[in-house]
Ligand binder design. Structure first.
Ligand code: GLA
Length: 661
């Protein structure tokens, strides 16, 4: 387990954050050393945005300043997560290589002055990135402070330039083999789009009306693969000079430019950045979603929270200070779900520059502040949790998540703007989180047999392999809930003919959808079991399934809306409209009962979250967080690692990490 190499080196879970000392002077560095000791910092991410200092002109490196910081941190007992600086090329680079600047879909070329301003497909950028990563690896590959490599920072930029076009064509040739196959896949027989030479094929740039959906989807896949190739190049040059694990910090849940399942397979340690944008219970649910997602991309292995804030980044139109206690609760929320620590962006709040108003562990006010006191308390708490290192989380329920399915709902010309992949995924997770159940995300084509219940939101695109997999899951005894507009298209975005969803899934669900009837933005309907729904409705026939509720009005009156089908040893459920929150919660409770799934710690009040971490040797810890305003009694008094005493009740906002018996 690669995270073991990290936690063994740190002597426990990780605590710290991005450290950008180049913004400060020696006086402040001395204070940093002292404050890091006070806060219990044992890991600092260094060098994320240091390219201009490290390589002040092409090919000339200046390592002296970084040597001094690494040695200082090491002497102070702080290990280093060393970043390659490639997310922010310096001005000299963009002037020397203007063709490596990114171009938007409308042809506008960006210029330097911010960060993330590069085209990943530009040879000059890729060469420069590999060279600086290699120089760092040669210099610091076995530095005693080095615990982890941090390639790049949040791969986020997209580009539609001519370099991208050339690379896209190479990717398309590998995927489709011939232009005939590409023409068939993209349905170019329509609208006179047939390609007769590869040079005619472009990235999906700004067009007059709908873009070709197959082209749009393939571009998303291509860009993800191109980004992964850029990551691998840096990782591989690092590996030639260093045996420390390598990661890249994966993006927030709302960004979906990358197939993070694929990234999860290529990094040594999955790490994520996570910034809830709302307050209170929503932030706690958001934290759980980000953490469950990270663990799932890691294949269930421990992972690392690389960045969070001591305040929100934005809540609507402003930043919002975290409520007292939330810095600890959010940190524990990640640790509960498998993170091997809690890191922040950034250590010291900037005095100048683009992120002056972004929160930090040491705020502008300095250490005599609520924020720093809470950071210090959190560091002390994390330091008490070393025995959790290497333990994992077990989920009995999975929510299906697929990048292709997400991208399929981003193309033009869909039947309703209400088909929102991310919102549907979040909602499915939230309903289960509210029910106190721990959830993995799972890919539709992966082995699902270990889950008692699988929920499939927004699977508009479903491959043949995915449909067959879900059929097999139900047949072998699983309980599957499929939500509306599922399996309408295959992995080329070709519509399923003869009725939706894909044939294998129709068998498992015992239904056939004949017609889709999206609802108006403000339209709401009532089903025969009194539940309310919006957004979508379908005319469907049961083909073996039992109708549990039907439509009551209009053309669909009497047509089934909610169905259940006994198939093999399992059950396939289908809901053909978007149920309102309370009714969705009711349906999920019914399914949890049917599948025999219990909350992690039954009997807790609603706003109390509990997750269990399991060690291989049978030891277990319940991480419990009271997000509510009332004291919460625990089922039995247990020893709390945070206070080193027995705990039977949590005050409002209180947390405990309980050694299970
Ligand atoms: C990302 C970046 C950081 C910082 C934060 C701000 O996570 O990696 O450099 O900009 O966002 O929230």
């Amino acid at each position: 387990m690669t995270t073991r190499r990290l936690t063994d080196r740190l002597g426990g879970l990780a605590f710290g954050g991005d450290y950008n000392p180049e913004q400060w002077d020696e006086e402040v560095w001395k204070q940093d050393d002292e404050l890091m000791r006070r806060a219990g910092v044992n890991l600092a991410t260094v060098g994320v945005f240091s390219w201009a200092l490290l390589e002040p002109e092409e090919g000339r490196y200046d390592f002296a300043w970084l040597d001094a910081h690494l040695d200082r941190l090491h002497a102070n007992g702080v290990s280093v997560d060393l970043a390659t600086p490639t997310a922010s090329p310096p001005p000299w680079f963009t002037l020397a290589h203007p063709d490596a600047l990114p171009v938007g879909p409308d042809g506008t070329r960006l210029t330097h002055g911010s960060r993330d301003t590069y085209c990943l497909a530009a040879p000059a950028y890729r060469d420069a990135a590999r060279r600086v990563a290699s120089a760092l690896a040669q210099r610091y590959g076995d530095h005693p402070a080095l615990a982890l490599w941090h390639v790049h920072n949040e791969y986020v930029t997209l580009c539609w330039c001519d370099h991208t076009a050339a690379a896209f064509r190479v990717w398309l040739q590998a995927r489709h083999g011939s232009l005939d196959v590409l023409n068939e896949a993209w349905g170019t027989a329509f609208w006179s789009q047939r390609y007769t030479s590869w040079e005619q094929v472009l990235p999906p740039r700004a067009t007059q009306w709908h873009q070709n959906p197959g082209q749009a989807l393939d571009f998303r896949r291509f860009w993800s693969d191109e980004t992964l190739a850029a990551y691998r190049e840096q990782r591989d040059v690092i590996r030639t000079a260093s045996d420390r694990p390598v990661t890249t910090n994966l993006m927030l849940p709302g960004y979906q430019n990358l197939d993070l399942w694929a990234f999860g397979r290529e990094v040594d340690v999955v790490s994520i950045d996570h910034y809830p944008t709302g307050p209170g219970l929503d932030a706690a649910a958001d934290t759980a979603f980000g953490a469950d997602r990270a663990r799932s991309f890691a294949g269930g292995a421990p992972w690392l929270l690389m960045e969070q804030g001591t305040s929100t980044v934005y809540a609507g139109d402003r930043v919002l200070g975290k409520e007292p206690g939330e810095i600890l609760r959010h940190s524990l929320g990640h640790i509960a779900r498998g993170s091997e620590g809690a890191l922040f962006f950034q250590w010291r709040q900037s005095r100048a520059g683009a992120e002056t108003w972004h929160s930090a562990m040491v705020p502008h006010a300095g250490p005599d502040s609520r924020t720093f006191r809470e950071v210090t308390e959190t560091g002390a708490a994390v330091a008490r949790l070393g025995e959790l290192a290497g333990s994992t989380v077990r989920a009995e329920v999975a929510v299906l998540h697929d990048s292709d399915a997400w991208w399929a709902l981003d193309v033009d010309g869909l039947p309703s703007a209400e088909l929102d992949y991310h919102a549907a995924l979040r909602r499915a997770h939230r309903t289960l989180w509210d029910a106190g159940v721990t959830v993995d995300l799972a890919h539709p084509e992966q082995e699902l047999g270990r889950y008692r219940l699988v929920v499939a939101p927004a699977l508009f695109l479903l491959s043949d392999a995915g449909a067959a997999n879900l059929r097999g899951y139900v047949e072998d005894g699983g309980t599957l809930l499929v939500q509306h507009a599922a399996g309408y298209v295959d992995d080329r975005l070709h519509a399923r003919l003869g009725g939706y969803p894909a044939a294998a899934l129709r068998e498992a669900l015992g239904i056939r959808v004949e017609e889709y009837r999206p609802l108006g933005r403000d339209e709401r309907i009532v089903l025969s079991d009194s539940s309310h729904a919006a957004a979508w409705s379908e005319s469907l026939r049961v083909e073996g399934a039992e109708a549990l509720a039907s439509y009551t009005h209009g053309l669909l009156a009497g047509s089934p809306a909610l169905t259940r089908h006994r198939f093999g040893a399992g059950h396939g459920w289908y809901v053909s409209a978007r149920l309102d929150d309370a009714d969705q919660a009711g349906l999920v409770t019914r399914l949890l009962d049917a599948a025999g799934v219990q909350p992690e710690l039954p009997g807790l009040p609603p706003a109390v979250e509990a997750v269990t971490r399991h060690a291989e040797d049978g030891r277990r810890w319940h991480v419990v967080m009271n997000h509510g305003a009332e004291p919460a009694r625990l089922p039995e008094p247990l020893q709390d690692l945070l206070t080193d005493g027995p705990v039977s009740e949590l005050p409002p906002g209180g947390c405990a990490v309980l050694r299970a018996r």
